[in-house]
Design a protein around this ligand. Structure first.
Ligand code: PLP
Length: 375
């Protein structure tokens, strides 16, 4: 009996095709420029302890799914922060403080972005104020305090923590380093996305002449997905099929792709995929995502823990992979797509496919990770 044929039914909630799909390299690089992307790689690749994260082949899974290769970009090895987020916030801190060495930086966060900002501030000897909602775990708050940040807990959800961050930062003249863009606040979120594009540069360097045929990208506010697509436009010669995956309780990209305009989701239940539980796509990524994403998939939380366990016990690859909650949906959506013949054919997933998945994080919350894999 194979891993996937043990009677378990892998499921997605919704699958849609983008009727406005058209991949335009130049238009994508108008939103996040070649210079922004190249500057980020030049800076980040010089940071102490920088090295590309591994690109692991899920060889056992590709065999079961009858695909040529599945590459898993393992961001659990990103510096000592265990998440791709380390590339974004910390790089934005470096950019905003370039000519202002005495500034205090601030941010609102669900966890990983704040850790990156705190870590970036510590690297440069800057003070840092982090606003978290009451729903952010104590372990995540402590991790930022351990990096020297002043952590401020705010009643309510992420949006309340952002409102408080903006209010206090305006009063005190702190420089906000947010990964979400809004009207008149575009430059800093662009820096965070430019930082994330380093992942695609590393993938392009590693795969050499192998052609990636499909990329599955997790989305919260869409920054990571938008950045990876900008990286595709900058570094890859071919255009892979691009798929976005989200929690079904917060599928803000999927709903926006459906109507062709930004739709706000009223989140009724917080997903286990915490970093992806976002109600509205951010402005800069939307400009990239709205035409270049070909398919969107939404998922329930049901298979997250099991997938983390299967990655962790080397069921999909020769080595064990520590994958957090937000790393599992790429794998799950690939499996559900391959198990549905119609979707598999539509997406042209076949024996020649080389699929790229982003393992965005490791055990960034160790307690939660242990709880889930031992479920
Ligand atoms: C830890 C974490 N946070 C957040 C996100 C979402 O990123 P973004 O909000 O840029 O779409 C992801 C992955 O999609 C993630 O792994």
């Amino acid at each position: 009996m194979t891993i996937l044929s043990n009677g378990h039914l892998w499921k997605h909630t919704e699958f849609i095709e983008n009727k406005n799909f058209t991949f335009n390299r130049n238009k994508i690089l108008d939103s996040l420029s070649k210079k922004d992307i190249d500057d980020a790689y030049l800076s980040i690749s010089k940071w102490e302890n920088y090295s590309p994260t591994p690109l692991i082949e899920l060889n056992k899974l590709s065999k079961e799914l009858n695909l040529n290769k599945i590459f898993y970009k393992d961001e659990s090895k990103r510096f000592d922060l265990k998440s791709f987020k380390a590339l974004g916030g910390a790089y934005a801190v470096e950019k905003v403080s370039k000519d202002y060495k005495e500034i205090i930086v601030s941010t609102a966060t669900a966890g990983n972005h704040g850790r990156s900002v705190a870590w970036g501030a510590r690297r440069l000897g800057l003070k840092c104020k982090i606003f978290i909602s009451e729903f952010v775990s104590d372990a995540r708050g402590q991790a930022m305090a351990d990096l020297g940040a002043d952590v401020i807990k705010v009643k309510g959800n992420y949006e309340n923590s952002l409102i408080e961050c903006i209010k206090r930062s305006t009063e005190n003249n702190w420089q906000i380093v947010q990964d979400v863009a809004w009207k008149n606040y575009i430059t800093v979120p662009k820096y965070t996305m430019a930082g994330y594009t380093v992942m695609m540069k590393e993938v392009a360097d590693y795969i050499d002449r192998t052609k990636i045929s499909h990329i599955i990208l997790q989305a919260g506010v869409g920054g990571m997905a938008g950045a990876m697509i900008a990286g595709v436009a900058r570094y890859l010669k071919n255009t892979p099929v691009i798929i976005v995956v989200e929690p079904d309780s917060a599928a803000c990209v999927l709903e926006s792709i459906k109507t062709g305009k930004i739709e706000k989701i009223d989140i009724k239940r917080e997903s286990l995929m915490g970093g992806m539980s976002c109600g509205e796509v951010s402005l800069v990524p939307w400009e990239i995502l709205k035409n270049s994403v070909q398919y969107c998939i939404s998922l329930p939380d049901d298979d997250i823990a099991n997938t983390m366990k299967l990655l962790g016990n080397a069921s999909f690859s020769n080595e064990k992979i520590i994958a957090g909650e937000n790393s599992a949906p790429g794998v799950i959506s690939l499996i559900t797509s391959c198990e549905d013949e119609k979707i598999k054919e539509k997406m042209q997933l076949n024996k020649d496919s080389n699929v790229l998945l982003v393992g965005c994080e490791g055990d960034t919350d160790e307690e939660m990770y242990q709880k889930l894999i031992n479920k």
